[in-house]
Design a protein around this ligand. Structure first.
Ligand code: GLN
Length: 540
């Protein structure tokens, strides 16, 4: 398709209940369209009033995903990037808070020329503008816009109204997909369509007729049920798409392909669907994922372990790097508060690798430091991410350099040895939202380092999210005693990577490698770490 053709829009809404997997269905559809040669991006509209999820507790919202341009975004953007080959940016995630902030700023500037500022048209126009931004870049044939929340929520009404208006204005250049649940009542032995009928009815009351229904179900939909849903919901028979529960989220593109979600979408958008889609790379990834030749046990020590969404990208990175190593990575999430000097070896001895997770604040910090010590002293492969890397520096300073109360000034502002300290430009910052060192920065690697071995490249770009940093005042002392700084930002000299020469695989990184791991490009450090764990498992 030539870029002079208008960008096509696919709107994805959800009904009946939350957590039906709109993000995965959107990413799967995006993947299939991309495999047919279309350039695709996916956007998420979130109805909450926070300007972005950066200030939200992971217990509230799961992981905050960081993009190259430093946007703190919804974790669904992580799925979009892991499935597609395009990276996302701030424009791919818009919240009610951001919309209102922008409208209120305009009002204060006098942009509305004395008009009463209202939800319709001012808020809805702002939403429509934000939806159209990605199309206007001229980079995409198709923009998929996922609307967070469930139809009927008060919060999502302005978004649904904006979609209604855009569909009206764009005519055949826009379609809408509604994702619903078909529950199975075991007492009756039947799948039930009524919740779906009601959800579509609700959507139509708001002026939006779905073109396609994706029906999440635990049992196959027979042709009678499909016919009934089509008839009662005003959709064509082949636009009733079954979405069976899958063993892995990575199976969903194939399920959607066999249900022809991509072909039906293209037909309704008036686009060609002749090419056959093979998904060779994807299938080879799935084959490796499902036929592991070995298993490694990895311990992830962190403080949000009850909720794995809090470490979503880390969990997915292990899936990609496991497949790359043709092994199953069994991840065990361990709460750092439960670890102390007395029980650390009992808690960690059965693992082939230790990852200390990113995080903020004091809670569980000593458990993390004890875990690092165990991995260092016992030659267990270690990967420390962000706070995890900072813990590695603190541990080394305390136990090897004998700087007794060495710490990060985030945790102990009065430490005698601030081996991790706040970055200079962070000292004046008081506002919490969007003010950390965020997004992609360059890092130059030492030739003979483990990191270089993984990346096979001396200059890399990785994403960041932190205020505190390795204190270069301690660099010489640490290096002379065996902790090497093997990756440094070329402009600011900020240390990005530390390694221990004498250890089989000990790497701490100030950045977040997990944000850039995808099915097509498993993250090199994770691949190297899992490989080291595999070696360790064979030796022990
Ligand atoms: N709290 C640390 C800092 O701000 C680490 C942040 C993180 O792990 N993302 O520097």
């Amino acid at each position: 398709m030539s870029k002079s053709s208008p960008t096509k829009y696919i709107f994805v809404t959800g009904g009946v209940t939350s957590s039906l997997g709109k993000g995965i269905v959107s990413a799967s559809l995006g993947k299939l369209l991309e495999a047919r040669g279309y350039s695709v991006t996916i956007q998420k509209l979130d109805p909450y009033i926070n300007v972005d999820p950066g200030t939200m507790n992971p217990y509230e919202h799961g992981e905050c995903f960081v993009t190259d341009d430093g946007a703190e975004t919804d974790l669904d953007l992580g799925h979009y990037e892991r499935f597609l080959s395009t990276s996302t940016s701030q424009a791919n995630n818009v919240t009610t808070g951001r919309i209102y902030q922008s409208v209120i700023n305009k009002e204060r500037r006098g942009d509305y020329l004395g008009k009463t500022v209202q939800v319709i048209p001012h808020i809805t126009n702002e939403i429509k503008d934000h939806i159209k931004i990605l199309g206007q870049t001229g980079k995409y044939d198709i923009v998929i816009t996922e609307i967070g929340g469930t139809v009927g929520d008060i919060e999502s009404l302005p978004f649904i109204e904006s979609v209604r208006q855009l569909k009206w204005e764009m005519e055949s250049d826009a379609i809408s997909i509604h994702l619903t649940l078909i529950p199975y009542l075991s007492a009756a032995g039947e799948l039930k369509t009524k919740p779906t009928q009601n959800s579509v009815k609700k959507l139509r009351e708001l002026g939006l007729q779905p073109d396609i229904l994706v029906c999440r179900t635990e049992h196959h939909l027979n042709s009678e049920i499909r016919r009934k849903i089509a008839l009662f919901c005003n959709v064509e028979r082949d636009a009733v798409i079954e979405s069976m529960d899958a063993e892995s989220i990575y199976d969903v593109p194939l399920l959607m392909q066999s249900e022809k979600l991509d072909q039906v979408s293209l037909r309704k958008l008036g686009l060609k669907d002749e090419t056959t889609v093979t998904l060779n790379e994807w299938n080879s990834f799935l084959r490796k994922l499902k036929n592991p030749k070995a298993t490694v046990n990895i311990a992830v020590v962190g403080k949000y372990v009850e909720l794995q969404d809090a470490y979503k990208s880390i969990a997915e990175s292990f899936i990609h790097s496991g497949a790359a190593n043709e092994c199953k990575v069994k991840v065990n999430w361990i709460h750092s508060e439960e670890i102390n000097a007395d029980n650390v070896s009992e808690k960690l001895q059965s693992y082939h690798g230790l990852l200390v997770a990113p995080g903020f604040g004091n809670r569980g910090i000593e458990g993390k430091i004890e875990s690092v010590k165990y991995a260092r002293e016992n030659n267990v492969p270690f990967l420390g991410i962000c706070l995890g890397m900072q813990c590695a520096v603190i541990e080394y300073a305390r136990n090897v350099l004998k700087l007794k109360d060495a710490h990060s000034t985030e945790i102990n502002p009065d430490t005698t040895y601030p081996v991790i300290d706040i970055m200079e430009h962070q000292k004046e910052i008081l506002k919490k939202g969007g003010t950390m060192r965020l997004g992609s920065y360059a890092c130059k690697l030492e030739d003979k380092s483990k990191a270089f071995n993984c990346y096979k490249n001396s200059e890399i770009q990785e994403r960041h999210r932190h205020r505190f940093e390795f204190n270069n005042d301690y660099k010489t002392q640490l290096e002379e005693n065996g902790m090497k700084t093997t990756g440094v930002n070329p402009e600011s000299s900020l240390v990005e990577i530390v390694e221990i020469d004498q250890h089989p695989w000990f790497v701490g990184v100030q950045f977040h490698p997990e944000y850039k791991s995808t099915v097509a490009k498993p993250q090199p450090l994770f691949v190297g770490f899992v490989n080291a764990a595999l070696t360790y498992s064979k030796q022990h």
